[in-house]
Design a protein around this ligand. Structure first.
Ligand code: GLU
Length: 492
């Protein structure tokens, strides 16, 4: 039997980083076993629909480079279906659910429930006041056919519920959690069809996973309490249940569930900030899964090869943003300057450093500038802080050390000599800059930090920073002269 897995998000408008990991583990399992990875849209909760959410979701998945074999894809701006088990959007499968609910009604495994919201609230309140767990009291479980018909004819709104047997154990095995046993007395008669005619998640998920021939259901642990209901549905429908894997929540460094309130959790946010997809994927793969070998950097091919559900941890993995930054920095360092420049341009435009037109005219210069700071970026968005020195001609000493350097006795003379030498050469680039430093060293006897630091402070205001000859190349003669002029006039 070939592996068929699915990622089945509800399109809420953004993809949580935890969902990205769920998608990734599904994807890895499918690729590892030459199986199929399906993207199914679970939009049966009509009250939670968000305009454009499906498109956003697909874009996030494309960005993360997790292409699905079946499901909905964007083709020329339109949503289209791909695969033979569609439709892959649940709201387009309503007639399919109707067929199966009919089967359950006929077999007596489901029943119409006409209880009003007021009645249900009352029952719940009463149970609570008696210290009991709130649960549907089975009021409509045994209505006769006639009673049901009359109520439907009278136009009383209804839902359809699953009829659990009393005091019966439901048992299933989770690949990473082991055996789970739940007694039906502890669970509600689950609503399968809502009063708006739409199926609930619980009903649709079972029907779809069966019809789409899903072999492994890999999803977040928040669905674990629902799984006994699903397992029972499989049983009464006479179907074999898939294998289940419930992934533990991703935790923050305080070991609490990672939530939107604590900052970025949406895949889009990471993309916007300038995290590279392969870095985010590599990082998130390791939050909850441990490879056999003790290594941290994995290409997608390596992840596919090494991944196994058996090594997915039962305890929650921790989202450590410092580790993500370290990893992203690694991938940025190993990327081409062009790629990082292209990613940096929108940030530079947004920060007002360049215009859209300048980003094209000055592309080569921008690339040189990016190459100066590329290795220091944790994420591309940081560029706007790091390149400040290239856009501000008015030097501001960046700290005590810089101020001290500006007070050095040989500072004015050194700047004069430096300016003189720069004016004498034709093209100023990093090699000619290096040559100038060598000459000054030889002719003036000024060496090491006494030579480089004053020039650095005069050009950038900072006593530390990226490669000085490269900075000089990017600044160019004109900017270099005007900076030194400014320093001489205002700071020394
Ligand atoms: N629609 C559910 C969600 O939003 C899917 C749960 C499942 O994978 O069964 O997470």
């Amino acid at each position: 039997m070939s592996v068929r897995v699915r990622f089945a998000p509800s399109p809420t408008g953004f993809v949580h980083i935890g969902s990205l990991r769920t998608a990734l583990y599904n994807y890895l399992l499918a690729r590892k076993h030459d199986g199929k990875y399906v993207l199914r849209i679970e939009d049966t909760d009509q009250s939670r629909l968000v305009e454009g959410a499906i498109e956003n979701l697909i874009k996030s998945m494309d960005w993360a480079k997790l292409p699905h074999d079946e499901g909905v894809v964007i083709d020329n701006g339109a949503l289209v279906e791909k695969g033979e088990y569609g439709p892959y959007i649940q709201s387009q499968r309503l007639d399919i659910y109707q067929d199966y609910i009919q089967r359950l009604l006929n077999s007596g495994d489901a029943y119409y429930c006409f209880c009003s919201k007021e009645r249900l609230d009352e029952v719940r309140e009463k149970q609570k006041s008696l210290g009991q767990t709130a649960k549907y009291d089975g009021h409509c479980r045994n209505l006769t056919k006639k009673e049901v018909q009359n109520k439907i004819r009278a136009g009383i709104p209804y839902v359809i519920r699953l009829k659990f047997p009393v005091d019966t154990n439901i048992v299933f095995d989770d690949i990473i959690r082991g055996r789970v046993v739940v007694n039906t007395d502890e669970i509600d008669d689950q609503v399968l069809i809502k009063s708006d005619g739409f199926p609930t998640y619980h009903f649709a998920v079972v029907v779809d996973d069966y019809l789409m021939k899903i072999t492994h259901v890999i999803r977040g642990e928040e669905w674990l309490p629902s799984t006994p209901k699903h397992v029972y549905l499989y049983k009464v429908l006479g179907w074999e249940a898939p294998k289940f894997v419930h992934l533990s929540n991703i935790l923050n460094t305080e070991k609490k569930k990672l939530s939107k309130r604590q900052g970025d959790v949406a895949v889009e946010d990471f993309a916007k900030k300038g995290y590279l997809p392969e870095a985010l994927i590599n990082f998130i793969a390791l939050v909850g899964w441990s490879p056999e070998e003790n290594k941290e950097i994995f290409t997608m091919e390596e992840l596919i090869k090494e991944f196994s559900l058996e090594r997915v941890s039962k305890s929650g993995g921790v989202f450590d943003v410092n580790k993500l930054n370290w990893m992203n920095n690694h991938y940025i360092q190993n990327s081409s300057v062009e790629r990082i420049t292209d990613l940096a341009i929108p940030h530079l435009i947004e920060a007002g450093y360049i215009t859209d037109a300048e980003s094209k005219e000055k592309y080569q210069w921008l690339k040189d500038m990016v190459s100066v700071v590329q290795d220091s970026l944790d994420y591309v968005g940081q560029i706007t802080d790091k390149v400040d020195i290239f856009f501000k001609e008015e030097i501001v000493p960046g700290g005590e050390e810089a101020k001290e350097i500006l007070r050095l006795e040989h500072m004015p003379h050194l700047l004069d000599v430096f300016v003189q030498k720069v004016s004498n050469i034709e093209t100023l680039d990093k090699d000619s800059a290096k040559k100038i430093f060598k000459e000054i060293q030889k002719e003036e006897g000024i060496k090491g930090p006494n030579l480089f630091k004053p020039i650095r402070v005069a050009l950038t205001g900072e006593s530390h920073g990226p490669d000085l000859p490269l900075i000089i190349q990017v600044l160019g003669k004109e900017s270099l002269f005007s900076r030194i002029e400014y320093v001489k006039k205002h700071l020394i």
